[in-house]
Write a protein that binds this ligand. Structure first.
Ligand code: C2E
Ligand code: C2E
Ligand code: C2E
Length: 91
């Protein structure tokens, strides 16, 4: 449902991201750092990313987008509202 609603924003908490052990968060830390560098956006506490980037990260982590989304929310690095983005995707 919900076709009339805009897709939720995907917002990474960059401060929490530095606190997650790098053996788990390393690929995401490098991915976020690359986007910051491409945008020249170094001063934010949060980083809005593209819906497509979540799919790319799911490939990197060898997980489905919905399972990766749950992991990132449980680490505290992704806004819980992001669940709505993958549900719409899976439908
Ligand atoms: P690009 O995709 O060719 O985008 C060029 C410029 O269009 C961006 O420069 C930005 O000013 C604008 N732009 C494109 N898509 C959006 C959008 O969804 N929202 C907003 N607000 N602006 C948008 P910028 O920001 O300097 O980025 C330069 C290049 O860095 C981009 O070229 C892209 O290749 C890469 N990049 C930046 N942010 C992301 C990201 O979140 N994900 C991915 N996959 N690539 C990104
Ligand atoms: P919002 O999307 O809810 O973002 C709220 C605040 O989170 C932003 O306030 C900014 O301080 C921070 N933020 C979100 N994403 C990023 C990010 O990728 N990098 C950094 N450095 N900070 C981020 P701000 O900048 O005062 O913007 C207020 C509102 O203005 C935003 O609310 C959004 O609705 C709009 N806005 C700002 N930039 C863009 C943009 O590039 N595209 C669109 N469509 N709206 C924008
Ligand atoms: P936003 O700036 O509010 O853009 C919301 C949606 O509008 C984007 O979702 C995308 O579908 C579309 N859009 C906005 N600008 C462009 C554009 O120049 N070209 C194209 N092809 N589509 C555009 P998306 O891609 O999921 O991005 C979500 C948010 O991530 C954006 O919200 C923005 O805050 C950030 N973002 C994504 N890519 C870039 C980028 O290249 N540069 C910057 N500075 N921010 C980006």
């Amino acid at each position: 449902g919900g076709a009339a609603e805009p897709p939720p924003r995907l917002v990474l908490d960059l401060e929490r991201l530095t606190q997650v052990p790098s053996e788990k968060a390393g690929p995401l830390q490098r991915y976020a750092a690359t986007i910051q560098s491409q945008r020249g956006d170094y001063n934010g506490k949060v980083l809005s990313i593209r819906q497509d980037d979540l799919r790319t990260l799911a490939v990197i982590y060898d997980q489905s987008p919905s399972i990766l989304t749950e992991q990132l929310i449980s680490w505290g690095v992704l806004n819980p509202d992001a669940r709505r983005a993958v549900r719409e995707d899976d439908a």
